[in-house]
Design a protein around this ligand. Structure first.
Ligand code: ZN
Length: 316
């Protein structure tokens, strides 16, 4: 049986967002502690960190955006583009490591060396637009990986499932006219950033390859899993993905302070199993997930553990 890859490293804690910020280094400390004490980390294969080639970032971001992130960090700025997106001197390098390590994990799965994998990286990525940092995100990690799989690795039908409680505006916008990348999102509605209405279905050649599943505040496991099993999986079956990426935020959890859904730790295992089944049927099993949000430390750690446990044994 092929191993499951794991990107997890204290270096991602060097992205310092300052006191009181919800997207804080302790999120990863909490995940690392949980995966180590439960023995789950020991059952995975560690994936080495890789600094992302600028050329790969430039496929989804304006070169000017890349320079702005670099220069703002070098200048010691504390915020970039919006009041919620905090940076420090190290953030540019850490963001490049986050994107590059996810790409490295995807490459190992593409080569068949790993069965599946999870990247516990920060800063997160799905709110980052082509030319804008926003919502705690500098570079759009999952978009960079999807574009790389498209253009360099011959995967012509990449599925991105985004189950973070916030809509992944950046990812949707980057691919909304692209029929080679199917973007599907489950998110609370209404909620930040305000995009992700059911009527947003892609445009031009990409019409029909965007699927938004907004959930009302107070929705729980039943609604969350119904969206996965009855909306996303059937739509993805028709699309026929050859690689599955997951923007795995865990802030739909009932304990999360930033939103109002009631999803439990267990449901993240069930959702993971459903997507692994889809990947097995349609994509040669290839599935890679990357951390997005999740702001209650205990709920985050427990949910990530359930997610990784299911990646290790989807049919349990
Ligand atoms: Zn989120």
């Amino acid at each position: 049986m092929k191993p499951v890859g794991l990107v997890m490293d204290p270096r991602f804690e060097q992205h310092d967002t300052g006191p009181g910020h919800p997207e804080r280094p302790e999120r990863l400390q909490s995940i690392r502690h949980e995966l180590q004490t439960t023995g789950l980390a020991g059952r995975t294969q560690a994936v080495p960190l890789t600094r992302c080639d600028e050329a790969l970032i430039a496929r989804v971001h304006d070169p000017e955006h890349i320079r702005r992130v670099e220069n703002a960090c070098a200048a010691g700025q504390h915020l970039l583009d919006s009041m919620d997106t905090a940076i420090c001197r190290d953030s540019y390098e850490i963001a490049r490591l986050a994107a590059g390590s996810l790409v490295g994990l995807c490459d190992a799965v593409a080569r068949g060396e790993l069965a599946r994998g999870f990247a516990a990286v920060r800063p997160p990525g799905h709110h980052a637009e082509r030319d804008l940092a926003m919502g705690f995100c500098l570079f759009n990690n999952v978009a960079i990986a999807a574009r790389h799989l498209n253009q360099d690795k011959g995967f012509s039908r990449v599925l991105i499932v985004d189950w973070d409680v916030h809509h992944g505006n950046g990812t949707q916008h980057i691919f909304e006219e692209d029929p080679r990348v199917f973007y599907a999102s489950i998110h609370q509605w209404p909620l930040y950033p305000g995009t992700g209405a059911q009527t947003e279905r892609g445009s031009g050649a990409g019409e029909g390859t965007t699927l938004n599943c907004p959930l009302a505040p107070g929705s729980g496991d039943a609604e969350f899993l119904r969206a996965v099993r009855e909306e996303i999986v059937p739509a993805a079956e028709s699309f026929g993905p050859d690689f599955v990426l997951v923007s795995a935020g865990f802030d739909a959890h009932r304990a999360d302070p930033l939103a109002n859904l009631e999803v439990t730790t267990e449901a993240y295992g069930d959702a993971t199993a459903a997507l692994c089944g889809l990947a097995d049927r349609r994509a040669g099993g290839r599935l890679v997930s990357v951390l997005e949000g999740g702001y209650d430390l205990d709920a985050l750690a427990g949910s990530v553990a359930r997610h990784v446990e299911t990646l290790l044994d989807p049919r349990r």
